[in-house]
Design a protein around this ligand. Structure first.
Ligand code: UTP
Length: 415
């Protein structure tokens, strides 16, 4: 059996007859392109993900407990000095790298183009999100007399545009040889009947596999090896869309080293018991971020002896990992979550169908699902006004308007 026949057999096995029919209608070049793409897709995995969407969610007897954290505000002078000293040592000895995850689609913001190219209307002139991140890193470089390697995760879809934008803007003054772009993984979109969607370009429609894909992509793209060659020991991984994200927090780093853990995360306290955010907890003895929808109402409202919410620490995509932790996670299978979304496709007659309601599943892994692979992580409670100015929605909460206000107020206080 030749390679093409093997692929056709697989397509039959996984009930993808619509693709076989389509192949008959394509010219040789189109046919080879499509077959080549399919040969790189793990059909077994995709069908397993699809089957999971049909399964009832298993109600396990999960033991959910609150998790320990330290409040940055309440650290003693001695603790602060100790953490700072430990953290600074890593940074000045060039053992620290930063990863920015910029492979998202930013659908809620509705900006055309990669999210990092969005200009936040600050101080009249405005600053791009990538510019804000570059400025923050440059400031840390100056402070610690080093150059922190900056890895940027893009998607297949937005990689070229991101690269062009950064080139055009001269990497916002960051030394080009220390900025590395790498692409994240993708997974096919699949319809309600388990059929892979075909796009206008006569290829299987794929979408980014979520920010949890960062670990495997770091390894397969060679970035993890690059980090090792540079002698990196700790890696900060954050999003592109928090205008006051602290990518180089020596207290967070020092705390992780002092506690001898492989992961540290910054949290901010929940605005109220029912705020729709994921919160840290321990589930069956392992650290975890539990979605608001999965936290029983009674638990969400529970308070401790000091009258504070027991499940109060929300995850703000501000995480630190040892290089060993990244390596370990990158080799574990990811937990995928599915979202049912609207996606256009072409039918067997090559006619484009634009659905008016959700028609297909997108699979995404979340970065915080990696926490449960460890016995413990260190959590540092930051302050919303110092650490969290997200740009998520076009309007209302977590929008450019709220982020601009938070950004300007934050920098006003630093004067
Ligand atoms: P979000 O989950 O908020 O997604 O990403 P998003 O793509 O920015 O926005 P919506 O949901 O489509 O409106 C949090 C961070 O993770 C990155 C994003 O770029 C952002 O920095 N991300 C998300 C990726 O890098 N890849 C992904 O596949 C998803």
């Amino acid at each position: 059996m030749d390679r093409n026949e093997e692929i056709i057999t697989l397509l039959k096995m996984y009930n993808q007859h619509h693709i076989i029919k389509l192949l008959d209608k394509l010219n040789e070049k189109q046919k080879q392109n499509l077959l080549e793409q399919i040969s790189n897709i793990d059909l077994h995995q995709v069908m397993e993900l699809y089957d999971n969407t049909k399964k009832e969610i298993e109600i396990k007897e999960n033991k959910i407990e609150s998790i320990q954290y330290l409040d940055k505000e309440k650290l003693t002078k001695m603790e602060q000095d100790k953490f700072r000293e430990l953290g600074e040592k890593v940074i000045v000895s060039a053992q620290y790298a930063v990863v920015t995850m910029a492979g998202g689609q930013g659908t809620r913001l509705g900006h055309t183009g990669p999210k990092g190219t969005f200009k936040l209307d600050v101080y009249g002139k405005g600053k791009y999100l990538f510019e804000i991140l570059a400025e923050n890193l440059k400031e840390a470089n100056k402070k610690y007399n080093t150059i922190i390697p900056w890895y940027i995760m893009t998607s297949k879809e937005n990689n070229d545009e991101t690269q062009e934008f950064l080139e055009k803007n001269n990497y916002f003054g960051y030394e080009k040889k220390h900025v590395m772009l790498f692409k994240q993984g993708e997974l096919p979109l699949i319809d309600e009947n388990g059929k892979l969607l075909i796009g206008n370009n006569l290829k299987i429609k794929e979408a980014s596999n979520g920010n949890g894909g960062v670990f495997a992509s770091l390894r397969t793209s060679g970035m993890l090896s690059d980090m090792k060659e540079r002698g990196i020991k700790w890696v900060f991984i954050g999003g592109v869309d928090n205008a006051i994200l602290k990518m180089v927090d020596v207290i967070l780093l020092g705390m992780a080293i002092c506690k001898n853990v492989q992961i540290a995360s910054k949290s901010v306290v929940k605005a109220n018991a029912h705020e729709k955010v994921g919160v840290f907890c321990k589930m069956n003895g392992h650290p975890k971020v539990i979605e608001y929808s999965e936290l029983p109402e009674k638990m969400a409202e529970e308070v401790d002896d000091n009258g504070e919410l027991k499940f109060s620490e929300s995850h703000i995509m501000c995480n630190l990992f040892t290089i060993e932790a990244i390596e370990k996670i990158s080799k574990e299978p990811l937990i995928y979550h599915s979202a049912f979304k609207k996606n256009s496709y072409i039918d067997e007659n090559c006619k484009e169908i634009i659905p008016d309601k959700p028609n297909s599943y997108k699979f995404e892994a979340f970065i915080f699902d990696s926490f449960e692979l460890f016995d413990d992580i260190a959590i540092l409670r930051g302050k919303r006004e110092d650490d969290f100015a997200p740009v998520k929605n076009k309007e209302g909460v977590d929008s450019p308007k709220t982020a601009k206000e938070l950004y300007e107020k934050y920098w006003e206080r630093q004067k």
